[in-house]
Design a protein around this ligand. Sequence first.
Ligand SMILES: NC(=O)c1ccc[n+]([C@@H]2O[C@H](COP(=O)([O-])OP(=O)(O)OC[C@H]3O[C@@H](n4cnc5c(N)ncnc54)[C@H](O)[C@@H]3O)[C@@H](O)[C@H]2O)c1
Ligand SMILES: [Zn+2]
Length: 292
Amino acid sequence: VHRVIRDALTNGLCRHSYVIGIGGGALLDAVGFGAALVHRGLRHIRMPTTTLSQGDSGVGVKNGINLEGVKNAVGAFAPPFAVVNDLSFLATLSQGLLLDGMAEAFKVAIIKEAAFFDFLEANAAALAKGSLPLIEEAVRRSAGLHLDHIRASNDPFEFGVARPLDFGHWAAHRLEGQSGFSIRHGQAVAIGLAVDTLYARDKGLLSATESRRIIGALRQAGLPTYHHLLSARDTDGRLAVVAGLEQFREHLGGDLSVTLPKGLGHRVEIHEMDEAAIERAIRNLEERTARP
Ligand SMILES: NC(=O)c1ccc[n+]([C@@H]2O[C@H](COP(=O)([O-])OP(=O)(O)OC[C@H]3O[C@@H](n4cnc5c(N)ncnc54)[C@H](O)[C@@H]3O)[C@@H](O)[C@H]2O)c1
Ligand SMILES: [Zn+2]
């Protein structure tokens, strides 16, 4: 962020200048945030180069960085002047980075479009093998759904408490922090989706078949559904991941609001979570992971 600011000042950029960020979500976040600060906001253009940034973060209005061990601790809402999604960037991504964007695709499909979930489920094995045409199709549909939400939700700057696009993210952000940010966002999101899927099943929001399909498809697509840090405990014996709920609420402001799936393709906002049920979900994932 400092470098963006320094370069902008050294090069005499003004509010009519354009700063172009070319890279993954982390770079775009830093460039967008830096650009938002200089002269109270230079225009920024994003060229996302990963599946995750092309399908999700790049098309959004948020820019932020982690600080003091807190995910997205500082940042700004600053819509980009333009976003250019060029699928040819994806050809050089490692297998892991290719799949990271699939986690966000599953996220948005599960709560918004059952037909997209069917597509991801039917092609899970091919996605896991890194089939580019299918990954491109998933990125395109994911970007469309994310963009539609931001455009049509009437709340692009999140004045309300509901944040459907953050399904699975309370645990994901916490796991990223717990791991010292060594777990990538996409991996953490896949695990967070698995936790909240089993939680939703526990609370009767998903049928046994629906939750089995979701966990099965995530695993078949090569995405993680468990990490040993999920089972880590604080000194008082409480699951460490649960502190993620309070951090999530703080970041959002107001009452806690967590989006869960309610049947495939639909969602519901809940305002409290039952720790015993979270623990059951985590135990269940741990046991499944132990099985081949
Ligand atoms: N602002 C938002 O709304 C928002 C939403 C979701 C995620 N995010 C953030 O996005 C970040 C994750 O983004 P990401 O998944 O794009 O990963 P990333 O930005 O961390 O990039 C991962 C790695 O991929 C490399 N890379 C990028 N493009 C490449 C390419 N075409 N070929 C080869 N290597 C390439 C990068 O150099 C980096 O080493 C997280 O920090 C997350 O918090 C932000
Ligand atoms: Zn995300």
